[in-house]
Structure formats: structure tokens, C-alpha cells
Ligand binder design. Structure first.
Ligand code: PLP
Length: 408
């Protein structure tokens, strides 16, 4: 009784680990190997460029006398914000300056500040499905409700489309913001320019903000950030951070960049600054390194692209001739979706693959992936494309053997 009374309802999480997580822990407990084909942590996969850039930046930081002082700026040190603004300008956000950027302790904190500033408890933010459960948790932690709107898989090509009809029907008087993941994780799809234009019109009409998570946007030949063309409104708030474009999650640095009609943009920035000032959670020491780290962005991006493209090709080669397994095309990101046609159950597949081959992949339901268009059955497995080439190729081979029915 006391336990039910003492805690907030919004913190009543179901903390039971899912079956796959339980079996992984059990396997590791028995000393058996697990080859994690879902690996998405860039610091565990032998990348050279981010590690070298970090070492250089830390060396420079150690010699910088400015580090001896603490002069907090709730928006984050200006040189760091200038480097961030230049990064987004390189993606088409021509008018973005350091004054439109606020640093956060990671992208998740950026979400928290945005939910605090945009929505009161009980208000709604609209999130894409498929998607990732983290965003719902971040909303719930701020007392904000999350509603889902669907993304529709393409029949051909890589570009998933927003179902704006369903979104429009789901919007209500308590709706405050629509979240885009641009490009999306795990589909790797950018938001189509036509969908963006229609969403902007809808958001202006209904008084909503567009929040665009662009952590995976640094793809070669990437379409421009939603910050480009935002001046007509509505209010646009873009999230990114060091964890993906710089492959340095251990920096725990993220940021929010704001654009849109000047009055709304500046008001948003002032309110966000107030929220950031209440915590001052960004270490100026770490933020001080951002300009040096951004200077290495070209090398980091090239190494990431080579790794991801190489592994995608390895996966394609391994799956050639495996009936019913289709690797979905992607425009960007670090993930691959494998569509399995037929009546197989994705959780049973993931559990079987772990047990028979010691290989871990994520079942699609963890990302709300639904059966393919036009089918009532069929399922998905989600992989990461970051592992070193040798273990990745080995894991892809074991996965192909399992799917072809040749293991055990
Ligand atoms: C789309 C997306 N946004 C945000 C994050 C979290 O980023 P951060 O580590 O900067 O908090 C992730 C993590 O994988 C992600 O996939």
C-alpha cells in the first residue's frame, strides 16, 4: 500500500527485462560468447578518427589557461556554439548563428528541456512509429503524453512517408509539437520534402512546433536540415549532439538549434536558456573542445561512412540466396532492417539466433515495426552496421545460415 502511495504514477515503469535481454544475460553468465550484431556504440568498434581527434583535443585542453576559470554561460561557451552553427550551416541552415544554439548534456537532455518549454503536464507530443521507446520515456518523465503517428514503408526505394492524414486526425487541443527523426532511426529514411512542406502548413495552422532530431544527418550528400527554409514558420527546434556526427557519446554533449519566425524563435531560446540555467549541466571544459573536434569532422564522417557502407555490402553478400530475407534500402544512419517474409515470429527468430549461433539482433517490435505494406504477416530484425569488418562478416554469415535453416 505504502509503495503505491509514495511514488508518482508517471514513474510506474515496467522494469522487467524482455525475454531477449534475459537470455543474453543468462548466456553471458554462463561464459558463452555473444556476437552483438546490433552494436550501436561507436566507442566499442575500433574507430580511429574519433579517438585520435579526442586525444588531440584533450591535449590542447590541458594546455589551455582558460580552463582554470569558471564563467558559466547557460547557453554554453560561444566558441562551441559557433562551431555548431557552422556545422548546421554546412547542411543548408544558412541563417543559423551561435545565438540560435543552446548546449545540453546530451540529446536526451535537449528533449527534456524542449518538453518542459513546449508542453504542460497532460499535453501531447506526436512521435513517429516506427520509432524508439526512449522518446516516449523522455516525454513521460516530464509528465507529457506521447501519441504516435505512422510512417509508411515504401513499396520501392528507401524513403518512408509521414502519414499526415492520420497525424491530422490525431491532433487535438492539447497537441504541442510533432517530432521528426531526420534521418530516421532505424529506417535510415529522410523526411520527404513534400511531407515537410505539408507538415509545416499543418503546424502553422494548429499552432504546433516541429522538433527535428537530426543526430544522423551528417550523411554524405544528405538533404538539408529542416532548419533550411524554416523562416516562414512554424517554430523549428533541431536536436543533435556529439554522440553521432562526431561518434563521441562519451562527451555527453548535445544541442538545440532554433529557427522560424524571429519572435517565436527568440522567445523559445530565452525560455530554453532559463531551463538550461536552472541546471547548468553542460561542462564548459568539455564544450571547450567542440571546435577542435568539429575540425576533425571530415575524417570522422569518412571513417563512419566506410564502416557502415562496407558492412551493408557484407550483409547483402551474406544474405544473397537466402529466400525470404530482404535487406531494406536506407539513405543514412547506422542501422539495417532485415524484412523476413512469411509467417516467422521475430522474437522467436532473435531468440533462436542467439541460442544456436550466439548472435544478437533486435526484433522489430522494439521499434514498432509492423508487417510490410500489403501483408498481414512478415517481420523485421534490426542490426547495427558499426562492428569491425571481421566480426560483422562472421555474424552476418551466421545469421544467413540460421535464416536459411542450416544451423543447430
Ligand atoms: C534518433 C536518436 N536521437 C537521439 C539519441 C540519443 O543521443 P545522445 O546519446 O546524444 O543522447 C539516439 C540514440 O541512439 C537516437 O537514435
Amino acid at each position: 500500500m505504502y509503495l503505491r502511495a509514495v511514488f508518482a504514477r508517471r514513474a510506474a515503469w515496467d522494469l522487467t527485462p524482455n525475454e531477449l535481454t534475459r537470455r543474453v544475460a543468462e548466456r553471458r553468465g554462463r561464459g558463452l560468447p555473444v556476437l552483438d550484431l546490433g552494436e550501436s556504440n561507436p566507442t566499442r568498434v575500433g574507430l580511429r578518427a574519433p579517438a585520435e581527434a579526442l586525444a588531440r583535443a584533450l591535449g590542447e585542453l590541458a594546455r589551455d589557461p582558460a580552463t582554470a576559470r569558471y564563467e558559466p554561460d547557460p547557453r554554453g561557451p560561444r566558441p562551441a556554439r559557433e562551431a555548431i552553427a557552422a556545422y548546421h550551416r554546412s547542411q543548408g541552415a544558412a541563417e543559423l548563428t551561435a545565438d540560435h544554439v543552446i548546449l545540453t548534456a546530451g540529446t536526451s537532455e535537449g528533449y527534456a528541456h524542449l518538453f518542459r518549454v513546449l508542453a504542460d503536464p497532460g499535453d501531447f507530443v506526436h512521435l513517429p512509429a516506427p520509432g524508439y521507446g526512449l522518446f516516449e520515456h523522455l516525454a513521460a518523465l516530464e509528465g507529457v503524453e506521447a501519441a504516435r503517428y505512422p510512417l509508411r514503408a515504401p513499396r520501392a526505394g528507401a524513403r518512408w512517408r509521414l502519414d499526415l492524414e492520420v497525424l491530422a486526425r490525431t491532433l487535438g487541443p492539447k497537441s504541442r509539437a510533432v517530432l521528426l527523426i531526420h534521418p530516421h532511426n532505424p529506417t535510415g529514411s529522410f523526411v520527404d520534402p513534400e511531407d515537410l512542406a505539408a507538415l509545416r502548413a499543418l503546424a502553422r495552422e494548429r499552432g504546433l512546433a516541429i522538433v527535428s532530431d537530426e543526430v544522423f544527418a551528417d550523411a554524405p550528400g544528405a538533404p538539408t536540415s529542416v532548419l533550411a527554409g524554416a523562416a516562414e514558420g512554424p517554430l523549428h527546434l533541431v536536436l543533435s549532439g556529439a554522440s553521432k556526427p562526431l561518434a563521441l557519446p562519451q562527451m555527453k554533449l548535445g544541442w538545440i538549434a532554433a529557427a522560424g519566425p524571429a519572435a517565436a524563435r527568440d522567445e523559445a531560446l530565452e525560455r530554453l536558456e532559463f531551463a538550461a540555467d536552472a541546471f547548468l549541466s553542460v561542462s564548459p571544459l568539455l564544450a571547450h573542445m567542440l571546435p577542435a573536434l568539429f575540425a576533425a569532422r571530415g575524417e570522422i564522417r569518412a571513417e563512419l561512412a566506410a564502416r557502415v557502407d562496407g558492412n551493408r555490402a557484407r550483409l547483402e553478400a551474406a544474405l544473397r540466396g537466402v529466400a525470404g530475407a530482404e535487406l531494406l534500402p536506407a539513405e543514412a544512419g547506422w542501422a539495417a532492417i532485415l524484412r523476413i517474409h512469411g509467417g516467422a515470429d521475430e522474437e522467436a527468430l532473435a531468440l533462436g539466433l542467439l541460442e544456436h549461433e550466439g548472435v544478437l539482433v533486435q526484433p522489430g517490435f522494439l521499434f514498432d515495426l509492423e508487417p510490410p505494406p500489403g501483408y498481414t504477416s512478415g517481420c523485421h530484425l534490426v542490426l547495427g552496421l558499426l562492428l569491425e569488418p571481421e566480426p560483422f562478416a562472421r555474424g552476418a554469415g551466421l545469421l544467413a545460415r540460421f535464416l536459411a535453416g542450416g544451423s543447430g
